[in-house]
Design a protein around this ligand. Structure first.
Ligand code: HEM
Length: 145
């Protein structure tokens, strides 16, 4: 249980850093009208996709073993959760699943286009929205406190 929580906490740094990198790279490619290359741009986007999916799986696992996940809802009931507890047990998991869906859609859609600017634009928008959603529901105050 502690192992899974620590893994989720440490991986969050890596996932956020790689996602920011992928979004900035896509924005620079889009606005700078660059060529979308297989050895750089595809790899960065794929790396961000894979890492965020691993984080999703670890998060799902954590949701079922942590006292602050499903157990909190079972013990306190939906209405019994205060704001910090609701963030951990409901908002963070729910919003992050949506964020991961957006990132996955962005990945699939970018492959349908041949033009570099459309690929970069798709990654920028979908990964960017996903990242914003994730950032909006990070439990900042308890992250390594
Ligand atoms: C994919 C992006 C995600 C990121 C960047 C992320 C990041 C974080 C961070 C920084 C914390 C605080 C850790 C700490 O207290 O040290 C946390 C806690 C938590 N996360 Fe995530 N998370 C993600 C996805 C998910 C998903 C999809 C779920 C569940 C379906 C989830 C479930 C949880 C739970 C239950 C906690 C509270 C653990 C506890 O306090 O025992 N996370 N997450």
């Amino acid at each position: 249980m502690e192992v899974i929580k620590n893994l989720h906490s440490y991986m969050a740094y890596v996932v956020l850093a790689v996602l920011v990198f992928a979004v900035v790279n896509a924005l620079l490619g889009w606005l700078g009208k660059k060529d979308f290359t297989m050895h750089k741009d595809l790899r960065i986007s794929l790396f961000a996709l894979i890492l965020s999916h691993i984080q999703l799986l670890v998060g799902l696992l954590l949701y079922f073993v942590s006292a602050n996940g499903l157990k909190a809802i079972q013990t306190l009931g939906m209405g019994g959760l205060n704001a910090p507890a609701r963030l951990l047990a409901l908002e963070h998991p729910f919003i992050n699943i949506i964020a991961l869906a957006l990132i996955t859609i962005g990945w699939s859609r970018h492959k349908k286009f041949m033009e570099s600017d459309k690929k970069f634009k798709t990654i920028s928008i979908f990964y960017g929205l996903g990242l914003l959603l994730i950032l909006s529901r990070i439990p900042w105050s308890q992250w390594f406190n």
